[in-house]
Ligand binder design. Structure first.
Ligand SMILES: Nc1ncnc2c1ncn2[C@@H]1O[C@H](COP(=O)(O)OP(=O)(O)OP(=O)(O)O)[C@@H](O)[C@H]1O
Ligand SMILES: [Zn+2]
Length: 740
């Protein structure tokens, strides 16, 4: 084409697992802002049309230009927010994931589908001066555009101009001839409230809360990561609220992350009732257009307080002031498939990028964060008392050995439940197994119901009656007789929530029993309904899984019973103890939070276990510091860094062969380079067969993160280039949270 000096190539990230960009030629219509990274485009990809994001502009391509296809359509008038692009690039690099897939995952569904965004500002074009037929006679397209602009004396948005088939070149030509002028208009002015930010006054802080808040106030204008280690019910939320108030007072935004089960209407109501500025929430109940609205409100700076679960970390912020991560230890911050990111860790990166404070709060901090706080990398803030004055109850261990149980409950526990109810209070029974019983067994021959597709037993359910595998969700009818020996003596082994509920109904016929687990709360809102009823305060028993254990303020509960505390004590996963201790402490923290002191009974087969003993005597804080010492000695995270390669296939041999080759190749590469990373395995995953697929692990560990990433990156590239690897499924998990 005459006059064109360098043809640009657009490097576009596409929703593909491939860790590379794709080259396209620019479309003939130049977007009004010019070609820029961050613009969404629609491009032909294979036989489909897909939405991608321009990531780089280049002058050359490795492919001959004749083979490049052109962008079909530009979807944005201006690039997607810069901070969002930065975060996606960071996450893709850090987690060794495809950038296209990361961008795709991190944008609202509407944008993914190619819908346009309203944007914060709009460029309006107006006709100017008196253009005549003569001045534009040699440029008919410009003449047409000029006529169009004249028909719209209030201006035309650039999108409408493109829709009429005009391009940037024509607009700029008119502008040069002083026949057109552009004007930026702000569509949604930030709604800065006049007067007080608060709808209800904040609480007067106790000394510890005030100290914590003062420390945060000291450094509102820079990167300032803080761990707020505050026992359950110590008023961490009040500190968050007052930090948000300070940040909003400066006209800046706060992004608040909460765990998946923590974003209840109660939590939202607590934030909303405090502030006069709108609090926007990102949760699973939103429709796609609503989600896009929240995104735009945050990206434009219109929303000052944004609260959401894991994926909310990808919300763009026009005016970031602080990030808060509530219950920072919570497992739901880690995504377990696709882009395996940890929202708390991305929050750290993001706060650093924006140079803003980051407040991570928990009664049971992760050992990672605690280590950072104890070693001085994070500011360590502590709350050791409850405003209600009742300290969290000590765990009373009761011995499960040699005692008869009913519905999993020991006589002492049943006695305590009865006396709590007759005192007019509520009881919470925590049992980490849904269903009726963990399995069905034959008393004659010892047969147990096993899943045909997984190395796991099937759970017995009564409502409705069936056997279900909790790993692959396969279901089977209950057998009438033992499939091995035909005996009719089949019995439920152990207790799940349904069985405990049933037993309690018989023992306490006049008491309301609420069962709360994934089965009982499948219907939307049913959990909410039950929570509302519980808040009314009538004596009742709640039987539930960890859905009940965290975050809820249950003021009338004074007794907590843990049916079995032993799950994490002797598990293979080195994090199991940490997670199980966190859960126990959180459950225990539901007791006695208001006017009355609480009691926590913990049933265990290992009443002499030293870790359990320390938890019950001195609380999570003491145990956590002890566990950190053990990790230091064993050189486990946070004293080393890990990446886990998972390989799976329906063909056991194929999975094993690939895992061996990958490990071997990596070991050789490590020998040749000076990268200080160790490669362990392959080993079978703890549950090797799941849904008829065989799972193998190769583990990478390094003392320094700077040594881990090059090795992980090399391995990923090796796998991507390896044709054999396409026959299996593989994924890399940086900082894996479980070894499952
Ligand atoms: N300074 C205060 N004065 C009086 N009451 C307070 C104060 N701070 C918090 N509270 C009250 O104490 C209770 C517990 O506070 P909050 O829910 O904030 O604790 P938390 O540490 O966030 O709890 P969790 O253990 O669930 O994480 C709430 O009812 C709250 O209103
Ligand atoms: Zn199964």
């Amino acid at each position: 084409m005459p006059g064109r000096i360098s043809v640009q190539v657009l490097k576009v990230a596409l929703p593909s697992p491939l860790r590379r960009l794709f080259d396209y030629l620019p479309a003939s219509t130049v977007p009004v802002c010019g070609w820029q990274p961050g613009l969404r485009v629609r491009v032909p990809f294979g036989r489909r049309d897909v939405v991608g994001v321009i990531v780089e502009l280049a002058e050359h391509s490795d492919l001959p230009f004749s083979q490049l296809r052109a962008v079909s359509e530009t979807l944005d008038e201006s690039p997607l927010p810069e901070d969002w692009l930065w975060l996606c690039r960071f996450a893709a690099r850090y987690y060794q994931h495809s950038l296209g897939d990361t961008l795709h995952h991190a944008m609202p569904a509407r944008l993914r589908q190619g819908h346009t965004m309203a944007g914060r500002t709009q460029t309006l074009w107006l006709a100017k001066g008196e253009g005549t037929e003569d001045t534009l006679s040699r440029a008919p397209k410009q003449a047409e555009l000029y006529a169009l602009l004249r028909q719209h004396p209030h201006g035309l948005p650039s999108r409408a101009i493109s829709a009429h088939g005009f391009g940037r070149d024509q607009l700029l030509a008119l502008e040069k001839k002083e026949l057109a002028i552009s004007r930026e208009v702000i569509l949604t002015a930030p709604s800065a409230p006049t007067g007080s930010l608060l709808a209800t006054p904040s609480l007067p802080l106790n000394r510890e809360q005030a100290t914590a808040l003062a420390a945060l106030h000291e450094k509102l204008d820079g990167y300032h990561p803080c761990l707020l280690e505050g026992i359950t019910g110590s008023g961490k939320t009040e500190v968050y609220l007052q930090l948000i108030e300070a940040v909003a007072g400066k006209g800046k935004q706060s992004l608040v992350l909460v765990p998946e089960i923590g974003l209840t209407p109660q939590t939202l109501a607590r934030f909303r009732s405090r502030f006069r500025v709108p609090v926007v929430a990102l949760h699973s109940g939103l429709t796609d257009p609503e989600r896009l609205d929240v995104w735009e409100a945050a990206a434009s700076g219109r929303a000052l307080i944004i609260i959401g679960t894991r994926s909310a970390i990808f919300t763009p912020l026009a005016n970031p002031g602080a990030i808060i991560v509530d219950e920072e230890h919570d497992g739901s911050y880690k995504q377990h498939d696709g882009l395996r990111y940890h929202a708390r860790d991305l929050a750290v990166a993001r706060a650093h990028y924006h140079k803003i404070p980051l407040l991570m709060g928990s009664a049971t901090p992760s050992l990672e964060s605690l280590h950072q706080a104890l070693s001085g990398s994070y500011r360590h803030l502590r709350l050791t008392q409850r405003p209600s004055r009742h300290p969290p109850a000590k765990l009373e261990l009761i011995d499960l050995r040699h005692q008869r149980r009913q519905g999993g409950l020991l006589p002492d526990a049943i006695k305590a439940i009865k006396s709590t109810l007759s005192a007019g209070k509520q009881v919470l029974i925590f049992i980490n197994r849904r269903g009726f019983a963990p399995t069905l067994a034959c008393h004659a021959c010892g047969w147990m119901a096993e899943c045909g597709q997984c190395d796991a037993r099937m759970t017995l359910h009564r409502q409705p009656a069936l056997l279900a595998c909790h790993h692959c969700d396969s279901r089977r009818a209950l057998p009438d007789a033992c499939p091995e020996c035909s005996s009719g003596d089949l019995r439920a082994l152990g207790s799940g929530t349904e069985r405990t509920e049933e037993t309690l109904q018989t023992l306490l016929p006049k008491t309301t029993i609420h069962r709360i687990d994934r089965d009982s709360t499948r219907r939307k809102d049913s959990f909410e309904q039950v929570l509302k009823e519980i808040q009314r305060g009538e004596p009742c028993v709640l039987v539930g899984t960890q859905m009940l254990a965290k975050g809820h303020h249950l003021p009338h509960v004074t007794l907590v019973v843990v049916v079995n505390a032993d799950g994490g004590l002797y598990a293979a996963d080195f994090r199991a103890l940490e997670h199980s201790a966190q859960l126990l402490e959180q459950v225990a923290g539901r007791a006695g939070r208001a006017a009355h002191p609480g009691r926590v009974l913990v049933q265990t087969l290992h009443p002499d276990d030293p870790h359990l003993g320390q938890l019950s005597e001195h609380g999570y804080g003491a145990l956590a510091r002890n566990m950190l010492e053990e990790r230091r000695i064993a050189k486990l995270p946070p004293f080393c860094f890990m990446a886990l390669l998972r390989i799976e296939s329906p063909n056991e041999q194929a999975a094993l062969a690939m895992a061996q080759q990958a490990a071997q190749a990596l070991r050789e590469w490590l020998k040749q380079t000076s990268v200080a990373t160790r490669c362990l395995g392959p080993v079978p995953a703890p549950m090797e067969r799941r849904q008829n697929r065989y799972h193998l692990h190769v583990m990478l560990t390094a003392d320094k993160r700077s040594q881990l990433h090059p090795a992980a990156s090399w391995l990923v590239q090796w796998l991507e280039a390896n044709r054999e690897a396409r026959k299996v499924r593989w994924s890399i998990d940086i900082d894996p949270q479980t070894l499952a």
